[in-house]
Design a protein around this ligand. Structure first.
Ligand SMILES: NC(=O)C1=CN([C@@H]2O[C@H](COP(=O)(O)OP(=O)(O)OC[C@H]3O[C@@H](n4cnc5c(N)ncnc54)[C@H](O)[C@@H]3O)[C@@H](O)[C@H]2O)C=CC1
Ligand SMILES: CC(=O)C(=O)O
Length: 324
């Protein structure tokens, strides 16, 4: 079967609903349109004029694809393979993700119940709205879905950013760098340095074989640029959209193709002894959702940093929790 026919077969009757037709939502719709993964893309936004304008514009791009783009309502979540949540306030220059928690948690309390009520029993929620880990936790609680059916985009974006930094440092393609960021999609994230490798060699060994010094300070600088990337970009252009849109489509692909791909995404669980929290670890993603099947053998220092990351997310979750 040709690649085009294979993609059309995978897209089949696949419907994707995007809630929030702002910058992230519409860039995701465009990336999804070009990917050929979906037959039907539905955009929902509280701002009806905006969603109509975006759908008309995207509809012209859709002319060159086999995908239909339209506006809709929560009733369209019925039969959706995934509902991608990008609605909510974004960071202004200098603002942190936790500063969005009260406003976006209140928004989730109003939109997740109707989305969940309309969705099908196998619909997966993908959460991008910030702070992504806290809202992934909120989406599980408010939807009643099992945790594997709620996937936070989490550190999938930070992992691509770290790989780009390391690829530039080592002079190889980012896709040939096997490294990932775990924990919070935010300031307490950490690279799993003890497991990072190139061609199966840990980074110090790779440097030894390549006849170059392993520069710990430069590794830390790569981690810092990764952690600060959103601040740096928002300072200059007021938002981030292309990176996250591509990450969302990369998460949707193994869902549609039932591909068991491993990505660092956020899920509710117990991490480093902290219960009932959401954060990112490598998970297997397929048509049923995301599953962390193999615990990560982090070293002692990384485990302690992960525990601190989990504690800080847990504190944010408690700050918006409704009293029992
Ligand atoms: N997880 C990640 O890596 C990233 C997350 N984000 C987050 O994504 C979110 C969206 O960011 P942008 O698209 O830049 O913001 P934006 O302001 O461009 O779009 C937000 C959209 O949400 C809509 N909205 C608000 N209330 C709604 C409701 N009740 N129902 C439906 N739609 C509603 C607004 O009308 C607006 O169109 C923010 O929380 C931002 O921080 C952004 C980039 C990366
Ligand atoms: C805004 C945001 O969360 C990011 O680009 O990482």
């Amino acid at each position: 079967m040709s690649q085009t026919l294979k993609l059309e077969a995978a897209a089949g009757s696949t419907k994707m609903v995007i809630v929030g037709a702002g910058s992230v939502g519409t860039t995701t719709a465009y990336a999804l349109l070009l990917s050929g993964l979906a037959a039907d893309i539905v955009l929902i936004d509280i701002n009806q004029a905006r969603v109509e304008g975006e759908v008309a514009d995207l509809g012209h791009a859709a002319h060159f694809t086999h995908t239909r783009v339209r506006s809709g309502t929560y009733a369209d979540c019925a039969g959706a393979t995934a509902v991608i949540i990008t609605a909510g306030a974004n960071q202004k220059p200098g603002q942190t993700r936790p500063q969005l928690v009260a406003a976006n948690h209140a928004l989730f309390a109003s939109i997740i119940p109707p989305i969940a009520a309309a969705s099908s029993p196998d619909t997966i929620l993908v959460v991008a709205t910030n702070p992504a880990d806290v809202l992934t936790h909120a989406a599980v609680r408010l939807s009643g879905f099992p945790p594997y059916r709620v996937i936070g985009t989490g550190t999938a974006l930070d992992t691509t950013r770290l790989r780009r930094e390391l690829g530039a440092h080592f002079g190889i393609s980012p896709r040939s760098v096997h490294a990932f960021v775990v924990g919070e999609h935010g300031d307490s994230q950490l690279p799993a340095w003890s497991l990072a490798n190139i061609c199966g060699m840990r980074l110090p060994e790779y440097c030894r074989q390549a006849g170059r010094a392993h520069d710990e300070a430069e590794m830390e600088a790569c981690a810092k640029r990764t952690r600060d990337a959103a601040y740096t970009i928002i300072e200059r252009k007021g938002k981030t959209n292309y990176g996250i849109a591509s990450v969302i489509v990369a998460i949707l692909e193994p869902i549609v193709k039932n591909a068991d791909a491993i990505m660092t995404v956020s899920q509710v669980g117990t991490y480093a002894g902290v219960e009932d929290v959401a954060l990112s670890m490598p998970c297997k993603i397929n048509r049923r959702g995301a599953f962390q099947e193999v615990p990560l053998p982090l070293d002692e220092r990384e485990t302690e940093l992960l525990r601190r990351s989990a504690e800080s997310i847990r504190a944010m979750i408690m700050s918006v929790a409704a009293p029992e």
